[in-house]
Design a protein around this ligand. Structure first.
Ligand code: SAM
Length: 274
């Protein structure tokens, strides 16, 4: 199988950090690998499905990917509109939908495009951006553009809910020349067993964390995939939302209803237009 990158893969953090670049998309160039890695993650799906049911829909999901969350929402009987910049992920979701019962298929509507730009010309009671989708925005202007789109798409009493990984000091101070080993895996698209390890490089001025994953097959050449996540500190996120027209900004911990605190890994944010 040949991997077809949607964008070329530069290796260094200096070349990354623009919304829609390789650091934002390369990680999603192999949907089968994405599914193998994250398909078992259920707690966030269950959480968003509960919110979707309560809202009665339709739901707008930014960064819908290959449908890990959207398919859960549609299976619960709620209509979902998904936006994503990765054609590869959307095509994979399209294939899954083609094999799904027509009723479920009809509840899912997909748009290829940048979440900072897409306009669907309708309003939703619930807009979501699960699993760190917002960390693929790097500059203040990117957040301003997305938040303007969210406000345009939200009903007056609607809610915007998303989650993001709280920056972890340990990840930000690792030696960028050191590779951290991870278990060997049976790769779903490359033949056979593949060893992989990861390197963490943090740019503390731009608040960008580049995680480079290196895959080393037993036979053949190794390859690397970059993933750049903007590190957004909780108080910075609160300020961005406040100054971009959101109110009732609540942070809860790890898909529970408990308020977020110093032990929280994934902060779940819920807010509404001011
Ligand atoms: C971590 S995945 C989440 C996918 C899915 N929601 C899930 O939970 O499995 C983040 C998604 O955001 C998409 N993405 C990144 N930058 C984007 C942008 N500027 N506009 C729209 N989608 C973007 C990626 O293509 C990817 O599918």
């Amino acid at each position: 199988m040949t991997r077809k990158p949607e964008v070329p893969f530069p290796g260094s953090i200096e070349e990354l950090g623009t919304a829609g670049d390789a650091g934002a998309l390369a990680h999603y160039s192999d949907p089968a690998y994405y599914t193998k890695t994250y398909g078992g993650r259920r707690h966030d799906v269950d959480y968003y499905v509960r919110l979707a049911r309560r809202s009665k829909g339709p739901v707008l999901e930014y960064g819908v990917g290959n449908g890990r969350v959207a398919l859960g929402i549609a299976s619960a009987g709620v209509e979902v509109f998904g936006v994503d910049l990765s054609r590869t992920m959307l095509d994979d979701l399209g294939k899954k939908l083609a094999e799904s019962p027509p009723k479920l298929r009809q509840r899912v509507h997909l748009t290829h495009g940048d979440m900072r730009e897409v306009r669907l010309e309708r309003r939703f009671p619930l807009v979501i951006a699960p699993f760190n989708a917002l960390l693929h925005l790097y500059e203040r202007e990117d957040f301003e553009a997305l938040f303007a789109r969210v406000r345009e798409h939200l009903a007056a009493d609607g809610r915007f809910v998303f989650d993001f990984s709280v920056p972890q000091p340990d990840d930000l101070c690792r030696d960028p020349d050191r590779w951290f080993g991870a278990p060997r895996i049976r790769h779903p698209t490359m033949d056979g067993i593949v060893r992989y390890d990861e390197r963490f490089d943090y740019d503390q001025f731009r608040q960008l964390l580049l995680v480079t994953t290196r895959f080393s097959p037993e036979r053949g050449k190794p390859w690397t995939i970059p993933l750049t996540h903007r590190q957004i500190f909780p108080r910075e996120m609160e300020a961005l939302l406040h100054y971009n027209g959101f109110t009732e900004i609540e942070f809860t911990a790890d898909f529970s209803d408990v308020p977020a605190d110093r032990h929280t890994d994934s902060a779940v944010v819920s807010c509404r237009p001011a």
